[in-house]
Ligand binder design. Structure first.
Ligand code: IMP
Ligand code: MG
Length: 184
Protein backbone atom coordinates (compact mmCIF):
# COMPACT_ATOMS: atom_id res chain seq x y z
CA UNK A 1 0.00 0.00 0.00
CA UNK A 2 1.30 3.44 -0.88
CA UNK A 3 1.48 5.86 2.04
CA UNK A 4 -1.45 8.24 2.29
CA UNK A 5 -1.28 11.80 1.00
CA UNK A 6 -1.17 12.98 4.61
CA UNK A 7 1.96 10.93 5.29
CA UNK A 8 3.60 12.25 2.13
CA UNK A 9 3.05 15.86 3.03
CA UNK A 10 6.21 15.62 5.12
CA UNK A 11 8.37 14.45 2.23
CA UNK A 12 9.42 17.63 0.52
CA UNK A 13 6.32 17.81 -1.68
CA UNK A 14 7.35 14.77 -3.72
CA UNK A 15 4.84 11.97 -4.11
CA UNK A 16 5.21 8.32 -5.04
CA UNK A 17 3.92 7.39 -8.46
CA UNK A 18 3.87 3.59 -8.47
CA UNK A 19 5.52 0.58 -6.87
CA UNK A 20 8.20 -0.77 -9.21
CA UNK A 21 9.44 -3.70 -7.05
CA UNK A 22 7.23 -4.93 -4.22
CA UNK A 23 8.38 -6.48 -0.94
CA UNK A 24 7.88 -10.07 -1.99
CA UNK A 25 9.71 -9.63 -5.30
CA UNK A 26 12.65 -8.01 -3.52
CA UNK A 27 12.79 -10.69 -0.81
CA UNK A 28 12.82 -13.51 -3.36
CA UNK A 29 15.60 -11.90 -5.42
CA UNK A 30 17.69 -11.15 -2.32
CA UNK A 31 17.37 -14.81 -1.30
CA UNK A 32 18.65 -15.87 -4.73
CA UNK A 33 21.51 -13.37 -4.58
CA UNK A 34 22.51 -14.79 -1.20
CA UNK A 35 22.67 -18.24 -2.75
CA UNK A 36 24.71 -16.97 -5.72
CA UNK A 37 27.20 -15.27 -3.42
CA UNK A 38 27.43 -18.27 -1.10
CA UNK A 39 28.30 -20.48 -4.07
CA UNK A 40 30.74 -17.99 -5.61
CA UNK A 41 33.14 -17.74 -2.66
CA UNK A 42 34.58 -21.13 -1.77
CA UNK A 43 37.40 -20.02 0.58
CA UNK A 44 39.24 -17.04 2.02
CA UNK A 45 38.10 -14.06 4.09
CA UNK A 46 35.03 -12.30 2.69
CA UNK A 47 34.40 -8.67 3.61
CA UNK A 48 31.01 -7.32 2.60
CA UNK A 49 31.45 -3.59 2.23
CA UNK A 50 28.23 -1.62 2.19
CA UNK A 51 28.10 1.75 0.53
CA UNK A 52 26.08 4.00 2.83
CA UNK A 53 23.54 5.18 3.16
CA UNK A 54 21.60 3.71 0.25
CA UNK A 55 22.62 0.06 0.74
CA UNK A 56 21.75 -0.23 4.44
CA UNK A 57 18.49 -2.19 4.11
CA UNK A 58 19.63 -4.27 1.12
CA UNK A 59 22.89 -5.16 2.87
CA UNK A 60 21.21 -6.18 6.11
CA UNK A 61 18.78 -8.46 4.26
CA UNK A 62 21.49 -9.80 1.95
CA UNK A 63 24.09 -10.81 4.55
CA UNK A 64 21.47 -12.88 6.37
CA UNK A 65 21.09 -14.95 3.18
CA UNK A 66 24.82 -15.62 2.74
CA UNK A 67 25.70 -18.96 4.30
CA UNK A 68 29.46 -18.70 4.87
CA UNK A 69 31.68 -16.75 7.27
CA UNK A 70 31.98 -13.06 6.45
CA UNK A 71 32.71 -9.66 7.92
CA UNK A 72 30.78 -6.43 7.37
CA UNK A 73 32.04 -2.88 7.11
CA UNK A 74 30.81 0.28 5.44
CA UNK A 75 31.99 3.20 3.43
CA UNK A 76 30.28 6.49 2.92
CA UNK A 77 30.50 8.36 -0.34
CA UNK A 78 28.48 11.40 -1.21
CA UNK A 79 27.57 12.36 -4.77
CA UNK A 80 24.04 13.65 -5.20
CA UNK A 81 23.43 16.41 -2.68
CA UNK A 82 19.70 17.07 -2.66
CA UNK A 83 19.01 16.75 -6.38
CA UNK A 84 17.96 13.84 -8.56
CA UNK A 85 20.84 14.19 -11.03
CA UNK A 86 24.29 12.73 -10.31
CA UNK A 87 26.79 15.51 -9.79
CA UNK A 88 29.76 13.22 -10.40
CA UNK A 89 31.37 14.97 -7.48
CA UNK A 90 32.10 11.87 -5.42
CA UNK A 91 33.56 12.33 -1.93
CA UNK A 92 34.62 9.62 0.54
CA UNK A 93 33.16 10.70 3.85
CA UNK A 94 33.93 7.53 5.81
CA UNK A 95 36.70 5.09 5.01
CA UNK A 96 36.42 1.45 6.21
CA UNK A 97 38.61 0.68 9.20
CA UNK A 98 38.84 -3.03 8.41
CA UNK A 99 42.01 -4.23 6.69
CA UNK A 100 41.20 -4.92 3.01
CA UNK A 101 44.47 -6.44 1.85
CA UNK A 102 44.25 -10.13 0.95
CA UNK A 103 40.47 -10.32 1.47
CA UNK A 104 37.65 -10.95 -0.95
CA UNK A 105 35.85 -7.60 -1.05
CA UNK A 106 32.21 -7.52 -2.06
CA UNK A 107 31.11 -3.92 -2.50
CA UNK A 108 27.36 -3.59 -2.02
CA UNK A 109 25.65 -0.68 -3.75
CA UNK A 110 21.98 0.27 -3.91
CA UNK A 111 21.81 1.45 -7.52
CA UNK A 112 24.16 2.03 -10.45
CA UNK A 113 23.17 5.11 -12.42
CA UNK A 114 25.97 7.02 -14.16
CA UNK A 115 28.55 4.72 -12.53
CA UNK A 116 30.63 7.67 -11.35
CA UNK A 117 30.42 6.66 -7.70
CA UNK A 118 31.54 3.09 -8.36
CA UNK A 119 34.28 4.05 -10.80
CA UNK A 120 35.85 6.27 -8.18
CA UNK A 121 35.51 3.68 -5.39
CA UNK A 122 36.80 0.75 -7.44
CA UNK A 123 40.02 2.69 -8.06
CA UNK A 124 40.40 3.52 -4.38
CA UNK A 125 39.69 -0.03 -3.22
CA UNK A 126 42.05 -1.66 -5.71
CA UNK A 127 44.90 0.37 -4.21
CA UNK A 128 44.32 -1.55 -0.94
CA UNK A 129 45.31 -4.81 -2.70
CA UNK A 130 42.28 -7.02 -1.94
CA UNK A 131 42.42 -10.68 -2.99
CA UNK A 132 39.39 -9.99 -5.18
CA UNK A 133 36.96 -7.15 -5.71
CA UNK A 134 33.40 -7.63 -6.92
CA UNK A 135 30.23 -5.55 -6.92
CA UNK A 136 26.77 -6.54 -5.81
CA UNK A 137 24.17 -3.95 -6.83
CA UNK A 138 20.48 -4.13 -6.06
CA UNK A 139 19.53 -2.07 -9.12
CA UNK A 140 21.24 -1.11 -12.39
CA UNK A 141 19.88 1.52 -14.78
CA UNK A 142 22.28 0.46 -17.56
CA UNK A 143 22.94 4.04 -18.62
CA UNK A 144 26.59 4.26 -17.52
CA UNK A 145 28.92 4.96 -20.44
CA UNK A 146 31.93 3.32 -18.80
CA UNK A 147 32.19 1.05 -15.77
CA UNK A 148 35.59 0.12 -14.32
CA UNK A 149 33.99 -3.06 -13.02
CA UNK A 150 30.56 -4.47 -13.90
CA UNK A 151 28.35 -5.78 -11.10
CA UNK A 152 28.96 -9.53 -10.82
CA UNK A 153 25.81 -9.85 -8.70
CA UNK A 154 22.73 -7.84 -9.67
CA UNK A 155 19.26 -7.70 -8.20
CA UNK A 156 17.23 -6.06 -10.94
CA UNK A 157 17.53 -4.08 -14.15
CA UNK A 158 15.96 -0.74 -13.23
CA UNK A 159 13.91 1.64 -15.36
CA UNK A 160 15.52 5.04 -15.91
CA UNK A 161 13.21 6.66 -13.37
CA UNK A 162 14.12 8.16 -10.04
CA UNK A 163 13.48 5.38 -7.54
CA UNK A 164 13.02 5.55 -3.77
CA UNK A 165 12.47 3.14 -0.90
CA UNK A 166 14.27 0.04 0.46
CA UNK A 167 17.20 2.33 1.33
CA UNK A 168 17.03 4.69 -1.65
CA UNK A 169 16.22 8.30 -0.91
CA UNK A 170 15.19 11.57 -2.40
CA UNK A 171 16.73 14.34 -0.28
CA UNK A 172 16.95 11.79 2.59
CA UNK A 173 13.23 10.95 2.46
CA UNK A 174 11.54 7.62 1.64
CA UNK A 175 14.46 5.35 2.67
CA UNK A 176 12.27 3.38 5.10
CA UNK A 177 9.69 2.19 2.56
CA UNK A 178 9.71 -1.64 2.35
CA UNK A 179 9.21 -1.51 -1.45
CA UNK A 180 10.85 0.40 -4.31
CA UNK A 181 8.70 3.06 -5.96
CA UNK A 182 9.10 5.74 -8.61
CA UNK A 183 8.55 9.43 -7.93
CA UNK A 184 6.15 11.60 -9.88
P1 IMP B 1 25.97 7.10 -9.93
O1 IMP B 1 27.28 7.60 -9.41
O2 IMP B 1 25.34 8.06 -10.91
O3 IMP B 1 26.02 5.69 -10.46
O4 IMP B 1 24.95 7.15 -8.73
C1 IMP B 1 24.98 6.24 -7.73
C2 IMP B 1 24.32 6.75 -6.46
O5 IMP B 1 23.35 7.76 -6.74
C3 IMP B 1 23.58 5.63 -5.81
O6 IMP B 1 24.38 4.98 -4.86
C4 IMP B 1 22.38 6.32 -5.20
O7 IMP B 1 22.69 6.74 -3.89
C5 IMP B 1 22.14 7.52 -6.08
N1 IMP B 1 21.08 7.25 -7.07
C6 IMP B 1 21.20 7.01 -8.39
N2 IMP B 1 20.01 6.81 -8.97
C7 IMP B 1 19.10 6.91 -7.98
C8 IMP B 1 17.67 6.78 -7.92
O8 IMP B 1 16.96 6.51 -8.90
N3 IMP B 1 17.10 6.96 -6.71
C9 IMP B 1 17.82 7.23 -5.58
N4 IMP B 1 19.15 7.35 -5.57
C10 IMP B 1 19.79 7.20 -6.76
MG1 MG C 1 21.20 8.95 -2.39
Amino acid sequence: MLPSTAQLRQTGGRELKRIVFDEETIAERVRELGREITDAYPDGDLLVLGLLKGSFIFLSDLVRRIERPLQVDFLVASSYGEGTVSSGNVRLVYDPETELEGKHILLVEDIIDTGKTLNKLVGLLRERRPRSLEICALLHKHVAKHLELEAKFLGFDAPTLFLVGYGLDHAENFRHLPYIASLT
